[in-house]
Design a protein around this ligand. Sequence first.
Ligand code: PMP
Length: 386
Amino acid sequence: SREQVANFAAGPAAMLTPVVEQFGKDFVNFLDLGMGVAEISHRSKQGGGIVSSAEENLRKLYKLPDDFSILFMQGGGTEQFAAVLYNIYAHHAAKRPEVAKDLVANYVVTGAWSKKAYLEAERLGFPCHIAVDMKQVSGKYDSLPRKEDLNFTPADKTAFVYYCDNETVHGVEFNGPLEHVPEGVIRVVDTSSNFISRKMDFSHYDVVFAGAQKNAGPAGITIVFVRNSILERPEPKELHKVGIPVGPTVGDYKIMADNHSLYNTLPIATLHAINLGFDYMLAHGGLENLENESNEKSQLLYQTLEKYPLFKVVVKPEARSRMNITFRIEPESLEAEFLSGAEKLHLMQLKGHRSVGGIRASLYNAVTLEQTKRLVAYVEEFAKSH
Ligand code: PMP
């Protein structure tokens, strides 16, 4: 049953039970309309109400400055890898049309997801540069860049600096905004896997995006916070003239902002499920509480793993994710036994990403302290019996 299972999936991931229960009711009969939330128009009063309520809740949760817009988009984090390029190059064309197309997108690579974002820039043919690839520095993705590791292009030649706040596959998380970015450069951050898990000071960011399916609810919606100044851009035919590629309409931040995210059919049922989570979080102490809880849960697990030489936490202490705790068991042949023993206790979806193997426990917002303690107890017991 749902009560027995602790779900440590990396995403799509566990959702809060009260949210799932309310969503179930609303899926059948929303606001007593005699229709479910997936059966009404995104342009109806109730549909529009979901969009504005989700936006209002996010503004409250993050204390978002007024000069940021919130967009609800589709296509996942992966679409944003491309969208940030089209939108930010177009924005530069408004200011410096003659040089915009030659500006260089800088990527700070700390794991699989920032690497994929870089590869998308390369694939789409934008001028791009790896400011650092931590695998080159450290031999593997287990650490954060120091000042001397970062090699940015000069500010006036840079389109933006991009990084991933929490690397879901490797379990590497920044403990604050990326430092040492040259003054005046646009900063883009992927917060897909540590979204709404701590406060953020938006003075350090220009574009922040996150897929919903880890900390916020079901897959299908990507949340984008964008500084309004970035929305300024020439019309597509002007962009063509100066050699800036024009991306698809559905990825265009200005069109999405002008249409309050309702340019085309938004999956508002999905957004409703996400927004029920926002309601719950606001009623239970907001980001401060979520930050404290995530610290407590992750520290408890890391400290337990560190007690036993059987377990090897791969990531260096200062770079360890609060969300995705990755570790190996030595010898590695014991990992399958660890996983099957865990499943017998209903501790589910602990297998590491297929590209790296090992064990990964994702402790997102909907994973409770009690469930984390059950995992910790199992880790202890496994260590003592091996
Ligand atoms: N960024 C991060 C940090 C991710 O973890 C993921 C997905 N796991 C993505 C981007 C890609 O998201 P999507 O699958 O929604 O395109």
